[in-house]
Design a protein around this ligand. Structure first.
Ligand code: SF4
Length: 63
């Protein structure tokens, strides 16, 4: 299954992905952005978040 992945080292915590797609991305207790575990991810929503991310740190990962 395809799953979005975040390069935490490149993320600047701009919160853009959380605003665009709050059902998939959230800020965890440690302060980092994480991907919420879902059965299925909307290709369009994730592609929007990938386009929106100013640091290009969101990508698709094949699991
Ligand atoms: S849009 Fe990119 S840089 Fe901004 S919080 Fe999300 S992953 Fe981090």
């Amino acid at each position: 299954m395809k799953k979005p992945d975040i390069d935490i080292g490149a993320c600047t915590l701009c919160m853009g992905c959380v605003e665009v797609c709050p059902e998939v991305f959230r800020q965890n207790d440690s302060g980092y952005i994480e991907v919420i575990d879902l059965q299925k991810y909307s290709e369009k929503d994730i592609d929007d978040a990938i386009m929106f991310c100013p640091e290009d740190c969101i990508s698709w990962q094949e699991e």
